[in-house]
Design a protein around this ligand. Structure first.
Ligand SMILES: [Zn+2]
Ligand SMILES: [Zn+2]
Length: 425
């Protein structure tokens, strides 16, 4: 038997309904904030990710699915391609390639789609996983750098979590500084690590030289006490970054959005600057982040594009769905009625009635005239239908149907014209 590859999975009904509900809600809420959808390819040049996400990140150094795309013609170079491990790089590439900044307006873009990382499979973590994300970026003259953008993104996320019905989340906030003040912090980290790195894991030893900020991502338990004692970024922010962070927090206070500052949160991507954030949810255990994001001023220039500051986030859709399931959200419309043809020649009448009800927006399924009444009722209950509607010869003649409420067991006769109202009550 051929099975789905480890770390991948099939999404089956009824779970897919919850996924659709989440995605539908995303489109609705994001549209209210004037975001439009973008769809980028699921694979890109490997270079796009190594130059944006960063060589020393876990993602680029360990987790990418990369292959050589053989040259088709002698004139072509063989290129290395990678299944996208995240979508911000692709969106920024598209922004540069299509010169989206030329309008002078902010670009507010969102995406929904699969991403790929070679991760050790664990609860809520998959090698093909789904992200819902958004980016707001544009020329500085459009206000892309301003704290209001950060606050609006966070406001939209709280609106979304409310709309899907997730409760009990915590928003963690930090500032990781900018290209001007980060070098001083990196130096302070390097100095502090000099004496302790020998006691740390191999990754930390290497990163303390190449990219000390990434030491803060280390998950090795033995390294945690050492990491706790390292210098804090907050003490190294320059005036501009401190002021920016203070303004973001002031707007959140005005909007009544609760948050906690977490000085260790640097997020596992090199391109972040200034504001970084995470929403966590208690029902997800140790892997508690449902979504995360941050500002990435300078990323566009890093990819040879124009100056285009921006901020964005990615929601782990798999984990959001898991959190909603843990909350046992009753967000789905169940099957309303099961139409039961009773006796030979009744199938067509049953299907005609079902067609009428479906046209009125009612979720209906249909039995078969070869079924006995008992089997039809059993099937209706298995499907979770609220009503069974019997279509027999007498019913067709009278144009009125026996309607059984499967919860209460009560059966009444209802005329065709009154049927819709009866089911809706
Ligand atoms: Zn700074
Ligand atoms: Zn370590």
């Amino acid at each position: 038997m051929i099975k789905a590859v480890r770390g991948t999975r099939d999404l089956l009904p009824p779970d897919t309904e919850l996924w659709n509900f989440v995605e539908h809600t995303v489109r609705e809420v994001f549209a209210r904030y004037n975001y439009r959808e973008i769809r980028t390819p699921i694979f890109e040049s490997t270079e796009l990710f190594s130059r944006s996400v960063g060589e020393e990140t876990d993602i680029v150094s360990k987790e990418m699915f990369t292959w050589e795309d053989k040259a088709r013609a002698a004139s072509e170079k063989t290129q290395t391609l990678t299944l996208r491990p995240e979508n911000t790089a692709g969106v920024v590439r598209a922004y540069i390639e299509h010169e989206l900044g030329r309008s002078g307006l902010l670009q507010k873009l969102y995406y929904i789609g699969p991403q790929f990382r070679r991760e050790r499979p664990q609860k809520g973590r998959y090698r093909q996983f789904f992200q819902i994300g958004a980016e707001v970026l544009g020329p500085t003259t459009a206000g892309s750098e301003l704290p209001i953008r950060d606050a609006e993104v966070l406001d939209m996320l709280t609106a979304l979590l409310d709309a899907v019905g997730l409760t009990g989340w915590t928003l963690y906030l930090n500032s990781v500084g900018c290209a001007k003040c980060r070098p001083a912090y990196n130096q302070a980290l390097r100095d502090a690590l000099e004496n302790v790195k020998d006691q740390m894991c191999g990754d930390c030893q290497r990163r303390s030289e190449t990219n000390p900020l990434r030491v803060l991502d280390c998950k090795v338990p033995e390294d945690q006490p050492i990491i706790e004692g390292l210098p804090k970024i907050a003490d190294y922010l320059d005036e501009g970054c401190r002021e920016h962070f203070a303004q973001v927090r002031a707007i959140l206070d005005t909007l009544g959005i609760p948050y906690q500052v977490n000085e260790r949160m640097v997020r596992g991507l090199d391109y972040y600057t200034r504001t970084t954030f995470e929403f966590t949810h208690g029902k997800l255990g140790s892997q508690s982040a449902v979504l995360g994001g941050g500002r990435y001023d300078g990323l566009s220039e890093q990819l040879d594009g124009p100056k285009a500051p921006g901020i964005g986030f990615a929601i782990g859709e798999d984990r959001l769905v898991l959190a909603l399931q843990a909350q046992q959200q009753q967000t789905l419309a169940p099957l309303k009625a099961f139409v039961v043809p009773l006796g030979e020649g009744m199938n067509r009448h049953a299907l005609k009635l079902a067609k009428q009800l479906r046209a009125d927006g009612v979720a209906v399924d249909v039995s078969d005239e070869s079924f006995r009444l008992k089997k039809s009722f059993e099937t209706a209950e298995k499907l979770g239908a609220t009503f069974a509607i019997i279509v027999g010869e007498n019913e067709v003649k009278a144009d009125a149907f026996a309607v059984k409420n499967l919860t209460s067991g009560l059966q009444t006769t209802v005329s065709r014209s009154e049927l819709l109202g009866h089911l809706e009550d």
